[in-house]
Design a protein around this ligand. Sequence first.
Ligand SMILES: Cc1cc2nc3c(=O)[nH]c(=O)nc-3n(C[C@H](O)[C@H](O)[C@H](O)COP(=O)(O)OP(=O)(O)OC[C@H]3O[C@@H](n4cnc5c(N)ncnc54)[C@H](O)[C@@H]3O)c2cc1C
Length: 394
Amino acid sequence: MKLRFDESVEAFRSEFLEWLAVNRPPAEEIDADPPRSSAYVPRWAAAFTRRMFDDGWLVPGWPPERGGRNAGAIETLVYLEELNRAGVPRTTNPQGLGIIAPSLFDYGTDEQIEKYAMPLLRGETSACLGMSEPDAGSDLANLKTRAVRDGDNFIINGQKVWTSGANYADFCFLFCRTDPDVPKHQGISIILLPMDTPGVTVRPLTEIVAPDFPDLNEVFLDDVILPVENLVGDLNNGWRMANGSLAHERSMVWLMGVMGMESAMTELLAAAPGLLADLGPQERALAVDEIAGLHIDTVAARCLGYRGFARFVRTGSAPEQSLMKLYSTEARQQLARFAAELLGPDSLRTGTGRHGEAGSLEAYFTTFGTTISAGSSEIQRNIIAERVLGLPRG
Ligand SMILES: Cc1cc2nc3c(=O)[nH]c(=O)nc-3n(C[C@H](O)[C@H](O)[C@H](O)COP(=O)(O)OP(=O)(O)OC[C@H]3O[C@@H](n4cnc5c(N)ncnc54)[C@H](O)[C@@H]3O)c2cc1C
């Protein structure tokens, strides 16, 4: 058994750390203008994205012309760990970098890649993902936003909801129904929607987390006219592409889940001595017990994550993905609730924007979204029951 990385991987880590030491955005700049929404790109973030792109550190596994250096999967893991440890966000537009740009590389035309994907990678624009609708969330294939062909255009009518960052985005990766007369999975297409197109109305939703900086939105589409060149891939092939798009997201979500848990645990351990000092002996004993349990959960998540990641690298898929998504998001929620309880009324203090602080109620509330987005906990349990355990469909 070998529980360390190869020397070449450690050399890669050192090279990245040296680059990061010189190029990371100053903490004061991040604190002054935090990444408060999924498509809001602060100035420091745009500049940092550009530097990462130019120097091949944006997505190390991609080729240099796309902001990478053809690095392997293990190197990418090490890179993500170091960015997370440094507390520097890799991107302030995760849907754009993690789902939309790679989907355009997979299915888009050369013109779409040049016009929409490359500016995202250079930090010049941001994008949102228009999938969910009032009656289409977990059952995405139920979507009803209609795109009707009219000569060289599509005319689009409908509504999206929970569209992260639509209030800041330059364009939307929009899922539409283009054929209502075939089984629902077969009549869906993806169309690129510039957000300044006439007929698009974005209405931010007020959230309990950071109500002054809304991230989730409703998007209304009234007779929106888009040229057929904006169709991504083949007509009516959106469902297959959606699975490809979301695979890009899934390959990240579980790693980010573990890393998020570790950061939260590190913050809790740093704050713990101060927090425990005010407790009586009995309460302190219970709290210490809880912290030890949460620490074990965090270590277990890392072991499960490494095992799943090794399998993912070997085979391209791993059942641990669903286990990790479920386990890491729910365990992180438990951790955040415990930290807020320990802090008591102080947990009401305002955090630093969307990312909150250890023990703040804001940090706790933020964890609810992660148990819903990218496949809710119930959906993960269904997947585990059916595809991992081979149980009959419920
Ligand atoms: C923070 C956040 C960001 C998001 N960002 C985006 C975005 O950028 N773009 C976008 O398109 N969408 C986005 N979403 C929407 C997200 O994809 C949906 O919320 C999610 O798919 C669930 O859909 P729903 O909200 O319609 O709930 P529903 O699907 O209606 O589910 C309601 C409840 O029923 C449960 N349920 C549903 N089906 C089953 C089943 N078969 N078995 C057991 N239980 C079931 C669910 O787990 C849930 O508890 C975001 C959501 C959140 C929370």
